[in-house]
Design a protein around this ligand. Structure first.
Ligand code: FE2
Ligand code: FE2
Ligand code: FE2
Length: 283
C-alpha cells in the first residue's frame, strides 16, 4: 500500500478520535460532578493520546494531520441514551481499527493501531457498564437553559479555547523547532484546562456548554505560526479582561482574570520563541 493511502487511513482514524473526544467531553460536562463524569473525562483523555500518536505517525510519513472532526452520536435525552451512543461509537472505532490493521502492511503502524484497538475494546466495556449504572442510579443531565450574555461570553471562551487547542496541537506537529514544539504542546494542555473550567462554570450557573471551534491558522513556517498565536492570545486576553470588568460576580471575575493572565503569559512565551525563530532565516 502506498504512503498516501496509509496517511489517508490514519487521518480517518484521527478524525474519529477527535469526534470521540468531543462527544465524551460533552457527556461528562453535562453530567456535572461525580464519579462517572470523571471516568468519562479520563476516557476522553485516552482518546487524546490516541489522536496524538496518530498525528505524529502521519507527520513521520510526510503527511498533514487532518483537523476535521469525525462523526459524533449526539441524539438521546437521558444519560443512559448517551452512554448507549458512546458504546456505539466505540464499536465503530473497533470495526475501523480492525479493518485498517488488516489492510496496512507496515508492522510498526499495525502495532500502534493494535495498541489503540485494545483501549477501544476496554472503553466499550466501560461504557456498557455506564449504561447499566445510569439506568440503575438515574444519572441526570444537569445542564440548565440559561442563555443570557454571561453564558454567551463563556461559550465564546470555549469556542476560542477549542480553536487554539487545535491550532497549537497542529502547529506542534508541523513545526521543526523542538523548543516551539514543546511549548505549543504545553500551552495546548493549558488551553484544555481552560476549556474545562469554562464548561464547569457554565454548568454551575445553569447553562449549556457548546463545544464548537472557529477557523484554525494553518501556517507552516514556525515564525508565521507564532505571529498568529501572539495575535490570538492578545485578542482573547482583551476579551477576558473586558468580560471580567462587566461582571459583579466575584467568582466569575476571578476566573476571567485568571484566564486573562494565562493568555498574556502565553503571548509572552510565544513572543520569546518568535524572536528566536526570526533569527533563523527560512523558518
Ligand atoms: Fe481512541
Ligand atoms: Fe486559554
Ligand atoms: Fe492562551
Amino acid at each position: 500500500m502506498d504512503r498516501e493511502k496509509v496517511i489517508a487511513l490514519l487521518n480517518v482514524d484521527l478524525e474519529g478520535e477527535h469526534g470521540a473526544i468531543i462527544q465524551y467531553l460533552t457527556h461528562a460536562y453535562a453530567m456535572g460532578e461525580g464519579e462517572m463524569a470523571c471516568e468519562i473525562e479520563a476516557l476522553a483523555r485516552e482518546e487524546m493520546r490516541h489522536l496524538d500518536w496518530l498525528a505524529e505517525t502521519i507527520v513521520e510519513l510526510g503527511g498533514v494531520p487532518s483537523l476535521k472532526r469525525g462523526k459524533m452520536l449526539m441524539a438521546g435525552t437521558t444519560v443512559a441514551d448517551w452512554m448507549t451512543n458512546d458504546v456505539a461509537l466505540e464499536q465503530s472505532a473497533i470495526d475501523l481499527y480492525q479493518e485498517h490493521i488488516g489492510i496496512i502492511d507496515d508492522p510498526k503502524i499495525k502495532r500502534l493501531l493494535a495498541r489503540i484497538l485494545s483501549d477501544e475494546v476496554s472503553h466499550k466495556g466501560d461504557f456498557d457498564h455506564f449504561v447499566e449504572k445510569a439506568k440503575r442510579e438515574g444519572a441526570k443531565d444537569v445542564r440548565g437553559s440559561r442563555s443570557d450574555k454571561v453564558i454567551r461570553t463563556l461559550n465564546w471562551g470555549i469556542e476560542h479555547e477549542y480553536t487554539v487547542i487545535l491550532q497549537y496541537m497542529f502547529q506542534s506537529y508541523m513545526t521543526t523547532d523542538e523548543e516551539a514544539k514543546k511549548e505549543l504542546e504545553d500551552q495546548a494542555i493549558n488551553e484544555m484546562q481552560h476549556l474545562g473550567w469554562l464548561a464547569e462554570k457554565i454548568i454551575d450557573i445553569s447553562g449549556k456548554p457548546v463545544i464548537e471551534h472557529t477557523e484554525v491558522d494553518r501556517s507552516t513556517k514556525t515564525a508565521d505560526m507564532l505571529r498568529a498565536d501572539i495575535d490570538i492570545e492578545n485578542k482573547v486576553a482583551r476579551e477576558y479582561d473586558r468580560a471580567a470588568k462587566e461582571t459583579s460576580d466575584p467568582k466569575l471575575k476571578g476566573l476571567l482574570l485568571r484566564l486573562r493572565d494565562h493568555e498574556l503569559y502565553h503571548a509572552a512565551v510565544f513572543s520569546d520563541l518568535l524572536k528566536e525563530a526570526e533569527k533563523r532565516p527560512g523558518d
